[in-house]
Design a protein around this ligand. Structure first.
Ligand SMILES: Cc1ncc(COP(=O)(O)O)c(C=O)c1O
Length: 365
C-alpha cells in the first residue's frame, strides 16, 4: 500500500452503499410498514449524519436517537425528517427538544404531567411490556393518555429477546396489543420491532419498524450468526497497516507481560492499533487480523497503541491490515471479533474511539 494514501494509523471504512442496501432489505422484510432508522450512539459508531442521510435516501422516513444531544446533532446537520428521542429527558431538555422539533418519549406519569404543560411537543408513549427498563406500566397508560391525548404521535414498546425467545416475545406483543385495544389512540404511529423483530416477527411490524444494528449489517444475535444469511451487508471495516516487521529467535517474547513466547524463529508484524482506539484488550492472545489475504494470530497483549501479529517473510512494512472486514477471500465479522473479545458486535462497533479512528466513507453500490 502507498504510504501517502494511508489515512492514518488506523481507520474505519464505512460503506454507505451497504447501509442503503440494508434499509431496502429491511423495508422489503417489513412488507408495507415504514422504517425508523435507529442512529443513536453516533449511528452505532458509523457516524450519525452520513448514515442518517443514506438511510433516508434509501427509504427510511424517520430517525431515532437515545439522547437530546444526538437529536440536536441531526437537526444542526440539516436533517428535517422526524427524529424520536428514546431517552428520559429532564424538563429543560424537553423544552429544548420542542424548540428543535424533536419528538420525545414519555416514560412515566410524572413525565406526562410535565409534558402536558408544553404545547407543541410531539410525544411517543412507550409501554413497558416486560423489558422492565423504560416505559409506562400498562395500568398507567390510561392516565397518560388522558393527560396527553391529542399530543401523542406514537405508541411503542421494546422487545427484550426477539433474537432468541419467541415465547416471551409473543407475550410482550400480546401485552402491547391489549394496551392498544384498551384506549382510543386514533391515528398514531404504532411500533415495536427492533432488528430481530423486523427480521423474524411479522406480527411485530405494525405501522413502522425500528431497526438499529441490522441497518449496519450487524447480526441481531450479537456474537453469533452471519448477516449474509439475513441478506444484510456489513457496513464497517477497520483497517491499519504493518508499521514494523522483525524476526524473532526461538524463546523470544512479545508485548507487555511477555505472555507470548516464540517456540521457533518467526516473523512478526507490529500494527498501530490498540485498546485506546477501541480494539479491545480482551483480544490479547485471541485476536486475529488479515494480512496479504491470510488470517494472522494476535501475539501477546493488546497495548494502548499497538499490537503484534504473526507474519511471514513476504509481509512488508506498509501492507494493509484488516482488523474487521474482508481481504481477499477472508473475512472477520464484528460477530467473530465480539465473540473473541467476550462481547457482541454492537459493542465492537460503538466502542471504536472516533478521536483516534478516522472514518472514511465509501459509497458502494
Ligand atoms: C427503543 C429501541 N428501539 C430500537 C432499538 C434498535 O435495536 P436493534 O439495534 O437491536 O435493532 C433500540 C436499541 O437498543 C432501542 O433502544
Amino acid at each position: 500500500m502507498e504510504m501517502e494514501t494511508r489515512p492514518g494509523r488506523v481507520w474505519a471504512e464505512i460503506d454507505l452503499g451497504a447501509v442503503r442496501h440494508n434499509v431496502r432489505a429491511l423495508l422489503h422484510r417489513a412488507a408495507g410498514a415504514r422504517l425508523m432508522a435507529v442512529v443513536k450512539a453516533d449511528a452505532y459508531g458509523h457516524g450519525a449524519l452520513p448514515v442518517a442521510r443514506a438511510a433516508l435516501e434509501a427509504g427510511a422516513d424517520s430517525l431515532a436517537v437515545a439522547t437530546l444531544a444526538e437529536g440536536v446533532e441531526l437537526r444542526e446537520g440539516g436533517i428535517r425528517a422526524p427524529v424520536l428521542v428514546f431517552g428520559d429527558l429532564l424538563p429543560e431538555q424537553l423544552r429544548e427538544a420542542g424548540r428543535m422539533r424533536l419528538d420525545v418519549t414519555v416514560h412515566s406519569l410524572a413525565g406526562a404531567r410535565y409534558m402536558s404543560s408544553l404545547p407543541g411537543l410531539r410525544v411517543h408513549l412507550k409501554v413497558n411490556t416486560g423489558m422492565n427498563r423504560w416505559g409506562v406500566e400498562p395500568e398507567q397508560v390510561g392516565e397518560v393518555y388522558r393527560l396527553l391525548g391529542g399530543r401523542l404521535a406514537g405508541v411503542y414498546t421494546h422487545l427484550s429477546c426477539a433474537d432468541w425467545d419467541s415465547g416471551f416475545t409473543l407475550k410482550q406483543l400480546l401485552r402491547f396489543e391489549r394496551v392498544l385495544g384498551s384506549h382510543p389512540f386514533g391515528n398514531v404511529l404504532i411500533h415495536a420491532a427492533n432488528s430481530a423483530g423486523t427480521l423474524w416477527y411479522t406480527r411485530a411490524r405494525y405501522d413502522c419498524v425500528r431497526p438499529g444494528g441490522a441497518l449496519y449489517g450487524l447480526h441481531p444475535r450479537g456474537d453469533a450468526g452471519d448477516p449474509a444469511d439475513e441478506g444484510l451487508r456489513p457496513a464497517l471495516s477497520l483497517k491499519s497497516y504493518v508499521a514494523g516487521k522483525r524476526l524473532l529467535a526461538a524463546g523470544e517474547r512479545v508485548s507487555y507481560g511477555a505472555t507470548f513466547r516464540a517456540v521457533r524463529p518467526m516473523w512478526v508484524a507490529t500494527v498501530p492499533v490498540g485498546y485506546a482506539d477501541g480494539y479491545r484488550r480482551m483480544l490479547s492472545g485471541k485476536g486475529v487480523a488479515l494480512i496479504r489475504g491470510r488470517r494472522r494470530c494476535l501475539l501477546g497483549r493488546v497495548t494502548m497503541d499497538a499490537c503484534v501479529f504473526e507474519a511471514d517473510e513476504e509481509v512488508e512494512v506498509g501492507d494493509e491490515v484488516v482488523l474487521l472486514g474482508e481481504q481477499g477471500e477472508e473475512r472477520i465479522g464484528a460477530e467473530e471479533l465480539g465473540r473473541l473479545a467476550g462481547t457482541i458486535n454492537y459493542e465492537v462497533a460503538t466502542g471504536l474511539n472516533p478521536r483516534r479512528v478516522e472514518r472514511r466513507y465509501v459509497s458502494g453500490v
